[in-house]
Structure formats: structure tokens, C-alpha cells
Design a protein around this ligand. Structure first.
Ligand code: DAH
Length: 341
């Protein structure tokens, strides 16, 4: 019996397999119910007691070695298989030139550039909802019931009672943010808005805005001015100047409109700036204390500023697009001209 064990041990040690099937064949030959090693265990009962210990040890050694060898070879076949799968695809191959790749929409490119500028000075991004209730779109923002902005001509009503609208401005996100967070708040909210307007080269029933909101103790108009100055220079170039004109919005007091020096003529006067040297890019102001109180923020302790801009308008200025409708027609001849993140 010892001889048989030794010759099997030598066979196991020498064994190498050409294929998975080959390993399986030997597993059956050695270790299955009818295998040679299993048979030796049956014969072990008949071994003389004086050599039982020695034979037993050898037999166990044989079994363990055979199992280890089979497992090791099987594993090496499996990992080769994995390797084979992963090398079937060469991920560095250039793509098929006959497939034209898409590019990012110009509005997305500019939106991301704007987010990037504000992210650098600590603004987070907050998402809102496009179907909004009366409170968030109007009432909390100091827009009384008879305000012209609520006119049926401007607002798309989704439901009359309770009043639900397609939001007309991303200022509604301000309200959600203030209701759910306490200062310091520093956030911008990009999104789509809707207004019931006739579609033309300069107006559309859907467009995009970015809202900004900064609330903390001692936030001043100077902070607003400096933030927007930084923004304009980062987005349009360091030579860009801003100017503020007094304006009115129901939710800010004081309010202002911000112009930048014309990016085309650099202030000399051209068609784009209607020969004034300036183009309007956004509305802004100090958040009205009543709005802070409406949203659960202590207006005696905190002040803040807000601003809102149209992404289409900024994109038109940056890329000299003359017709707003181009953004929504998805003509690839137009879209192909833009590249960027
Ligand atoms: N929501 C205004 C609009 O749609 C834009 C705006 C103006 C937003 C002033 C503001 C702001 O946050 O302070 O015309």
C-alpha cells in the first residue's frame, strides 16, 4: 500500500494540466467517490496495526496534496479566463471615426462655468422644483396677490385650487433653502423656469436662470457688489467692469440691476449694447427683511443678498448668439459649434 501511495504522490507532484477539463478528469480519477485516493482510504482498514500510523499520515498527505494541486490549477485557469475577458476589449483604441460624438449643450456649458466661479468662493448648489406652489414662487417672496407678475399672461397655472404653477423664477429655491437651513447660507440654484410669453428671438416660454443667495451676520451691499464684480471678471474676462443701477424687485430692498461693460466693443458702443457700452446681465439686492422672516430666519440678526440671472442671456453675450430660439431647436449645425464641460 505504501508503494501505491508513494507512486500516486509522485504523480500528483508532477501533474500539470492543459485545460480545465483535464484538471477535472484528474480530480475524478483521484478524489471522487470511486477515485484512487478514496479507494486507498477504504483499503486503509485492512492495514496492519503496526504500520497504520505511518500509512495513515502518508495517505492524508497524499489527499491534501492532491486537493491543493487541483484547486491551485483550477484557480489559475479561472484567473486566466478573467484576464482573457478583460483583454478582449482594448480600451485605448480610438473610437470609430464614423460615429459622431455629441457635445454638451451651450446652456449647460455656461451653467457649469457659472457654478464653477461661485464654487470657488464657497457657494454650494441647491436644486429646486419646477412645479411650485403659490407660497414659494410668489407669496414668501413678497409678491402680493394683485402683483402683475402673477398675471395669467405671465404664469402657467398647473392647478387653480390649490394654486400650483410652473415656477416663473428660480428665486423660489431661495425660499426652500431658507426654510430648511439656518445661516450661514451661501448657495446658487440653477434651473429651468417658465413664462407665458410669445416666442421670439429675445423671449421664450421656457428659459434658465441661476439664483444666488448669501445670508449671514453683517452681510452688506458691499459684499454683494464685490461678489458680482468677481463673478463678472471670472466669467467674461478680467478687463470687464460692472455697474449697478437702482431697480425694483419685490423681495429685495434695495434692489439693483447689474450691467457689464460690453464684451464686444469693450465699452465704445456697438449694436449689442445699443451704443451705450453696457449690457444688463442680472438683477440683485439685499434680501428684504420681511422675506427672511417669512422663511423663518431672524431678520434682526441676519442680513443677506440675492441675485438672479438668465443663463440664455449670459450665453448669448458670451458666444454672440443672436436668436434665443436656437437654444431650443437642437439643430446640430448650431450645437456642434460648442465644446466644453
Ligand atoms: N427673480 C428675478 C427675475 O426672474 C431675478 C432676480 C432679481 C433674482 C433680483 C434675485 C434678485 O434673487 O435679488 O426677474
Amino acid at each position: 500500500m505504501l508503494e501505491k501511495i508513494n507512486s500516486l504522490l509522485a504523480e500528483v507532484e508532477e501533474f500539470s494540466a492543459k485545460s480545465k477539463e483535464h484538471v477535472e478528469e484528474y480530480r475524478i480519477k483521484w478524489l471522487s467517490k470511486k477515485g484512487q485516493i478514496t479507494a486507498l482510504f477504504d483499503d486503509f482498514k485492512t492495514v496492519a496495526p503496526e504500520i497504520k500510523r505511518e500509512v495513515g499520515q502518508k495517505l492524508n498527505e497524499l489527499k491534501i496534496k492532491a486537493q491543493d494541486k487541483i484547486n491551485a490549477i483550477k484557480e489559475s485557469f479561472e484567473s486566466q479566463n478573467d484576464l482573457h475577458v478583460s483583454t478582449q476589449f482594448d480600451l485605448t483604441t480610438p473610437s470609430d471615426p464614423s460615429i459622431t460624438l455629441g457635445s454638451r449643450h451651450p446652456l449647460s456649458i455656461v451653467k457649469n462655468q457659472i457654478i464653477d466661479v461661485f464654487a470657488r468662493i464657497g457657494f454650494t448648489v441647491s436644486d429646486g422644483r419646477e412645479i411650485e406652489d403659490d407660497w414659494h414662487n410668489f407669496t414668501a417672496l413678497n409678491t402680493p396677490e394683485n402683483h402683475p407678475a402673477r398675471d395669467m399672461q405671465d404664469t402657467f397655472y398647473v392647478n387653480i385650487n390649490p394654486e400650483m404653477v410652473l415656477r416663473t423664477q428660480t428665486s423660489s429655491v431661495q425660499v426652500h433653502v431658507m426654510e430648511s437651513q439656518q445661516p450661514p447660507i451661501r448657495t446658487i440654484s440653477p434651473g429651468r423656469v417658465y413664462r407665458n410669453e410669445a416666442i421670439s428671438a429675445r423671449a421664450h416660454c421656457q428659459f434658465h436662470q441661476i439664483e444666488g443667495l448669501y445670508i449671514d451676520e453683517h452681510v452688506s451691499f458691499a459684499d454683494l457688489k464685490q461678489t458680482l464684480n468677481f463673478f463678472a471678471k471670472e466669467l467674461f474676462g478680467t478687463e470687464t467692469k460692472i455697474r449697478m443701477r437702482p431697480s425694483y424687485f419685490p423681495f429685495t430692498e434695495p434692489s439693483a440691476e447689474v450691467d457689464i461693460s460690453c464684451t464686444l466693443c469693450k465699452g465704445d458702443g456697438c449694436n449689442v449694447c445699443k451704443h451705450t457700452g453696457w449690457v444688463e446681465i442680472l438683477g440683485c439686492g439685499m434680501v428684504d427683511p420681511q422675506v427672511l422672516d417669512n422663511c423663518g430666519i431672524d431678520s434682526k440678526k441676519y442680513t443677506g443678498f440675492a441675485f438672479g440671472m438668465g443663463i440664455e442671456r449670459i450665453t448669448m453675450l458670451k458666444y454672440r448668439v443672436k436668436d434665443l430660439r436656437l437654444f431650443f431647436e437642437n439643430d446640430v449645425r448650431f450645437l456642434n459649434q460648442f465644446s466644453g464641460e
